[in-house]
Ligand binder design. Structure first.
Ligand code: URA
Length: 241
């Protein structure tokens, strides 16, 4: 692969990659390189402004999904999707979201070009844990924690035992964290509703131990770091390509 292509893999345009190269912001195996046409060898380490470039064939992005946006690659009725939030040069071929968040739910969405990785991260077989923060109606108490621990009977399935952590409980509203290892339709909303606490706001904080970057405001996104990517492949039980 050419060095300028590797630099552009950080999400910058070819023109911006050229500027970074001529500014001396790019190193290959510890040495500044300004030659965009240089051909990289297997195992070369490329840093841009001190950050390692992920040279694997796949792209992985985390996004802080805002409310009002669909988790889909496109929508026939022309509604905004998470893909519409990305600039043209980040809409990679085969890029798609890992699982779904309801339109009104905010927080962590992963997008990847690696379909096998996406499949494994949402497969019920692997039971990958997701953490949500919910604001719900009414005062949560220890009886709710116990009911979550026992597995809740919903109309069409029994939710697996889940952890409920109460962060703040008031008569009118409570704030909590919910840890679930399955991903049925409206799962967290339905679980809280079944114990008498309709959800007012819901945000996903983490998937497989990968936390949403706190510096991303709603609608913002960034590439995963190589370390974050390693973590996902490890949790998915896959070799990183
Ligand atoms: N649980 C829900 O109720 N909605 C989501 O979008 C995700 C989990």
């Amino acid at each position: 692969m050419r060095l300028d292509k590797a630099v552009a893999m950080t999400g910058v345009s070819r023109k911006q990659a050229k500027a970074l190269l001529s500014r001396g912001a790019v190193t290959v195996n510890g040495k500044v390189s300004t030659d965009g046409a240089a051909i990289l060898s297997a195992g070369d380490e490329v840093l841009v402004n001190g950050q390692r470039v992920d040279l694997s064939p796949h792209r992985h992005i985390m996004m802080n999904k805002p409310a009002g946006v669909l988790t889909a690659t496109s929508d026939a009725r022309g509604e905004d999707t998470v893909m519409d939030l990305l600039p043209e040069n980040m809409r990679f071929k085969d890029l798609g979201p890992v699982g779904r968040l309801d339109r009104d739910v905010t927080g962590l969405i992963l997008l990847t070009t690696d379909g096998e990785l996406a499949h494994r991260l949402i497969s019920p077989k692997r039971g990958i844990e997701k953490r949500y923060t919910a604001l719900c109606e009414g005062r949560l108490d220890e009886s709710d924690v116990l009911m979550f621990e026992q597995g809740l009977e919903l109309s069409d399935f029994t939710a697996k035992p889940a952890r409920l952590e109460i962060l703040d409980a008031k008569d009118d509203q409570s704030l909590c964290r919910v840890y679930v290892s399955e991903g049925k339709f409206h799962q967290v909303k339905r679980m809280l509703l079944s114990v008498g606490h309709p959800v007012l706001r819901l945000r996903r904080d983490s998937i497989a131990g990968l936390m949403l970057d706190q510096s991303l405001t709603e609608g913002q996104f960034r590439f995963l770091t190589p370390e974050e990517t390693d973590l996902l492949y490890e949790r998915a039980g896959l070799e990183k390509p």
